[in-house]
Design a protein around this ligand. Structure first.
Ligand code: SF4
Length: 275
């Protein structure tokens, strides 16, 4: 973080001095909410919910962001490493199924310090790295052994679309190498009594006009990661934030656009989650 090279943006600002780069967060993480969440994938929820910790700020600039008040306006409260560790332990005491770090990439250094502390104080829950998928290889390697379930987005296959919609023209290349590294660390998704314990779970949001490059993403997973990759194909896109200024994404995907992606993923043999 000094200078900050935590993510592919490589802003090189001095975050210990509270300088901020693209993600807008200084030395301390900003947390917008902590608690059991029942809207995640069934394999993460169980009886106690997924123990989510939502971090404010983001290293992507998606024009259709559905959490823009948290990601772009950075609503939340600054926390110390000790407070973050305490939050993890409280999620465990509440009976949550896991600790789910939502948008962690730009604050992974304090998360790791807090996780080490929480483990020393009895945290045993699986950890979920719930990321937009714009993660550098070097940083991911530091997470080896600390993260049990990687849940990255795969947002785009086309650099021009990634540039226009998320200000990240290198997203496809970075995202592919990140997903390969995540799979190398944890393998395919494994469950016990219908709850995820370890592995890779991809999230892919279908955009209108195949702007998300859905078929190319499915090909990549089936041919270069694993035919048994677990994937949640998400159909809930709706224009939010600044999407209305981009005509191609100012509507929801059609039923045919959604079903054709699902059919293709199933035909390719991927483990397509029902939800
Ligand atoms: S984590 Fe933030 S400050 Fe650091 S390189 Fe990424 S966007 Fe820039």
């Amino acid at each position: 973080m000094d200078p900050c090279t935590l993510c592919p943006r490589q802003c090189k600002v001095h975050r210990s001095n509270d300088e901020v780069g693209f993600c807008g967060i200084g030395s301390r993480p900003v947390v917008s909410s902590v608690g059991p969440h029942f809207g995640e994938e069934n394999v993460l929820v169980g009886g106690g919910g997924s123990g989510t910790i939502f971090f404010a700020g983001c290293n992507l600039g998606c024009v259709f962001c559905q959490n823009f008040d948290i990601s772009h306006h950075r609503h939340g409260r600054q926390v110390s490493i000790e407070q973050l560790a305490q939050a993890m332990l409280e999620l465990q005491q509440h009976g949550c199924s896991n600790v789910n770090f939502v948008t962690p990439t730009h604050v992974i250094a304090p998360i790791l310090a807090a996780l080490e502390l929480a483990r020393a104080q009895g945290l045993t829950l699986p950890t979920v790295y719930n990321t937009g998928g714009y993660d550098s290889l070097e940083t991911l390697r530091l997470l080896d052994g600390w993260i049990d379930i990687y849940m990255p987005d795969m947002k785009y296959s086309d650099p021009r679309v990634a540039e226009e919609l998320s200000a990240a023209p290198d997203y496809p290349q970075i995202n592919h190498q990140a997903v390969r590294e995540m799979h190398r660390q944890v393998g395919n998704l494994k469950t016990e009594r219908d709850l995820a314990t370890r592995g890779l779970l991809i999230r892919h949001l279908i955009l209108p006009e195949n702007l998300a490059g859905s078929f190319e993403t499915i090909d990549f997973l089936a041919e270069q990661v694993s035919r048994s990759t677990a994937i949640n194909i998400m159909d809930q896109y709706r224009p939010c934030y600044e999407a209305s200024s981009h005509p191609a994404i100012s509507r929801r995907p059609t039923l045919e656009e959604i079903q054709s992606v699902r059919r293709y993923a199933i035909r390719k043999g991927l483990n397509v989650l029902a939800r």
